[in-house]
Write a protein that binds this ligand. Sequence first.
Ligand SMILES: [Zn+2]
Length: 315
Amino acid sequence: MTLALVLLLGAALISMAAPRMLGPLAATAVPPGILLAGWLGSLAGALFFGVSAVVTLAWPDHAPAEAAVEAVVQCLSVVFHAVQPWIIETLAVIGALALLAMTVRAVILGRRYAREQVRLLDYHRDVVSIVARSREDDVMWLAHPMPMAYSVAGRPGFVVATDGLSQCLSGSEREAVLAHERAHLRGSHHLIVTACDILAAVLPAVPLFAAAPSAVKTLVELTADQHAARATSTATVCSALTVVSASALPQPAGALGLSNETSLRLLKLRISGRTRCPKVSYATAAALSMAMPVATALVVLAATSAAVCLTPTLA
Ligand SMILES: [Zn+2]
């Protein structure tokens, strides 16, 4: 039960603290890819440790690593060992039922989202194929005077752009816009955003899951901007973004475009520009987001255990 409590406390800490800690960092010089890794690590951590807590509770006898954790929180473990087995069994059954209900809900919502997404994308692809003036590689060009571009996920995904891009932007600005959209396709950003939407629909009361869709949508835009800045230059992306965001053409549902959160994106481009981080830094950000709350939970329980040891009636 001690290990289950550490895991549950860790999952709760991630769920409560991650949005508060990661959210404000979007407007700082921290590279957006690192923040995105932090959000994804937190989401994975909350799910992993929450599920692990239930599995540990239902584990017959001592779960792996239980002995090591009990050694750290020895006095508290003595208290837990005094708990009647039927109480632990009841908690395990309640946890398992809650987990089953969440899994069923996630599967139902996931299938519904996937069906709707496929229907929407197929319809969109058909309509754009008919009305497109021409197709160059992965870009379908529409005869429209306003500058606009967006990417549509699929196998393969594609970019939709208007002739207004060529008319209102310079050649390098147009390349920046296309590099931004291709970064969405290469980074599987549509899939990441959809997964966050499903998690938020399954567990809307969990602060981390509720905050993730909006934060992650912003971060994928900032990440795609950085890719575009590396392909061209920061100044080119800023000027392209300013022109395209002023065109105010609506973007279809399920697409990722260039015209959202303009002021934040211009600020981020100015302060973090084309910063390229080593791949290991993304893995580190994700791992720290997962591990730090559980380590904190262990420290809190160790301190509580020490207090229990010092209590004369229990020592
Ligand atoms: Zn975009």
